[in-house]
Design a protein around this ligand. Sequence first.
Ligand code: DX5
Ligand code: ZN
Length: 269
Amino acid sequence: MPVLTPPKKMGTVPIFWREAGPGVSDGPIAPSYNARMENHLLAPPRLPLVAPSILSADFGHMAEQCQGVFLAGADLLHLDVMDGHFVPNLTMGPDMCAGLRRAFPEATLDVHLMVTDPGQYLEPFAKAGATHLTWHIEVVSPEESRELAERTRALGLSAGVALNPPTPKERIDPYLEHCDMALVMSVNPGFSGQSFIAEVLESTRHIREACGYSGRVQMDGGVKPENARSCVEAGCDVVVAASAIFKQPPERWGDVVRALRGETQVSVG
Ligand code: DX5
Ligand code: ZN
């Protein structure tokens, strides 16, 4: 098993590795950790933010892959948590989040809970060092969501809600006022590598224009350099991408991140 060592050159990327050793991998993470961190969701250096979803990363080299996307210019890491009930897949849990927190103490860890009972996981993910938690409006009422958001903020994290492509866009309206971010799913959740459902751009416009929402709006699913601009024009300021980044060789990741952000016109196929 490879031993993680600090990279030789960190540049200006806000990543700090710790040497593996006694106490580093086992100790609890301070609940106040997030209060000390820069949160790119709430204080972005520039927009749109680019959020690689680690679902398409090589799980055998996770820390190295995440270091690679940060060095390529990514702003935060998106963790897709699936419980096998809300979606037909199982992925990762708080231990993955805690491991990434130990490897990247300053990173923004954006946890997308595709689970039927999000309330069960607020404290475990807060303890694991998550920065932000998003749950789905398909599984909680607006009142339940407000309570979840209050609990989440009390733990020092920001809060968000997501809606699936088939869900009528107006259903998100009563949730927006208690959330820092809205996540618009542009594929049916469960797997990376699916095709972008362009109809959800209308949901994004609804959130921005009809609701006047001023929090972050995230597009998640099938986002690629070819369609990222349409997401931003519809009102998104965070773009999530799994396969568009991790299915390319690492030497292309910088090009992909810049193209997703709209800094280049390059089409990365
Ligand atoms: C889908 C997840 C997405 C997914 C995106 O259920 O919520 O975050 O990983 O994968 P791509 O970008 O490959 O569609
Ligand atoms: Zn996601």
